[in-house]
Ligand binder design. Structure first.
Ligand code: 5GP
Length: 131
C-alpha cells in the first residue's frame, strides 16, 4: 500500500506543494513547528533514510538545498535547520525548519495552527522564490 507521502506526491492527497522533479517532492508540513516548515521526500518509497541508495540520497540533499534557499528568502530566520526523524511516517523525509534558536526545532513543542489561507500564502511565497 502506498504511504501517505506517496499519495501526497501523486496528488491523491492534497498538500501545500512547494516543488517537485522526477525524483523528489517538497511540501509544507501540516503540523509545522514554525512557518515555512517543509518536508522533502524522494518519490521512491523507502522507510529509513539511510537505506536510500547513495545517489538518490545525495540528490535529496541537493534538492533540499534549493528549497531551503527559497524558504530563507521568505521566512525571517537565522538559518534553515534540518532534521530527520521518521518516527511517524515510514517514508523517508527531511524536515526543513527555519530557525532562530535551538528551541525552534524542538519536536516536543506545540505545533502551529495555520489557516488554509496562511499555508497557501507561505507555499506560494516560497514557490516564487525558487531559483
Ligand atoms: P516524522 O515521521 O518525521 O516523525 O514526522 C512526520 C511529519 O509529517 C510530522 O511533522 C507531521 O506533521 C507530518 N505529516 C504527517 N502527516 C502529514 C500529512 O498528511 N500532510 C502533511 N503535509 N504533513 C504530514
Amino acid at each position: 500500500m502506498a504511504s501517505i507521502f506517496s499519495k501526497i506526491a501523486s496528488g491523491e492527497i492534497p498538500s501545500y506543494k512547494i516543488a517537485e522533479d522526477e525524483k523528489y517532492f517538497a511540501f509544507l508540513d501540516i503540523n509545522p513547528l514554525v512557518k515555512g516548515h517543509t518536508l522533502v521526500i524522494p518519490k521512491e518509497e523507502t522507510d529509513y533514510i539511510f537505506d536510500i541508495d547513495d545517489d538518490l540520497l545525495a540528490g535529496m540533499m541537493i534538492f533540499s538545498k534549493k528549497i531551503a534557499k527559497a524558504i530563507e528568502k521568505v521566512i525571517p530566520c537565522n538559518r534553515i535547520g534540518i532534521a530527520v526523524l521518521g518516527l511517524e511516517v515510514p517514508h523517508a523525509h527531511i524536515h526543513l525548519v527555519p530557525i532562530n534558536s535551538e528551541a525552534d526545532i524542538s519536536f516536543s513543542r506545540p505545533k502551529l495552527k495555520l489557516s488554509e489561507k496562511e499555508f497557501e500564502e507561505i507555499a506560494k511565497m516560497i514557490r516564487v522564490n525558487l531559483s
